[in-house]
Design a protein around this ligand. Structure first.
Ligand SMILES: [Zn+2]
Ligand SMILES: [Zn+2]
Length: 165
């Protein structure tokens, strides 16, 4: 089953709805599991969701500092670890950055498409793909910790510009 996140690779017009629903989902999940969405965790999640582009820890730290908070880097890392551990964000290893998870609260392996030019990302949770990897891993007696697949390329709008030039 392939599921598209609310984000599309070509438009960000409903973006504020993404951020709002991401925060609502996070609150619901934290309530359900007795976790505390502290103000730092909440604001960090909001900043990760602020664009559909991967955001690095230092970018988040800079933004919080500009807003007049004085968070320590460990506090930001702890908030990111909390969001990762609870499935609210994904780590994009190739960018050393994070994106909001489009399917929080559901066990899934993510495939994340990332545009090389504008950095826009979109997540799909295609379990047929991850099952095949699990089968191969079992054959190798390899224990998978996580399997986020990062796919680099061009989004439709950047691909269009590339064709024009
Ligand atoms: Zn996800
Ligand atoms: Zn692009």
């Amino acid at each position: 089953m392939i599921e598209h996140s609310g984000a599309s690779l070509s438009a960000e017009r409903d973006h504020h709805i993404c951020v709002r629903s991401a925060l609502r989902n996070a609150e619901r999940l934290c309530n359900k599991h007795g976790l505390r969405l502290t103000s730092t965790r909440r604001r960090v999640l909001e900043l990760v969701w602020q664009s559909h582009r991967p955001r690095g820890a230092y970018e988040i730290l800079d933004q919080l500092t500009r807003e007049g908070h004085r968070p320590s880097p460990p506090a930001v890392y702890r908030a990111l670890d909390f969001l990762l551990a609870n499935g609210l964000i994904h780590r994009i290893s190739s960018r050393n950055a994070f994106v909001g998870c489009a399917h929080p609260g559901r066990r899934h392996d993510a495939q994340i498409f990332i545009c090389d030019r504008c950095g826009i990302t979109v997540e799909q949770a295609d379990n047929s793909h991850s099952r095949r990897i699990q089968r191969n891993a079992a054959g190798l007696q390899f224990r998978i910790r996580e399997q986020t697949v990062e796919i680099a390329g061009l989004c439709p709008s950047c691909a269009g510009q590339a064709d024009d030039t």
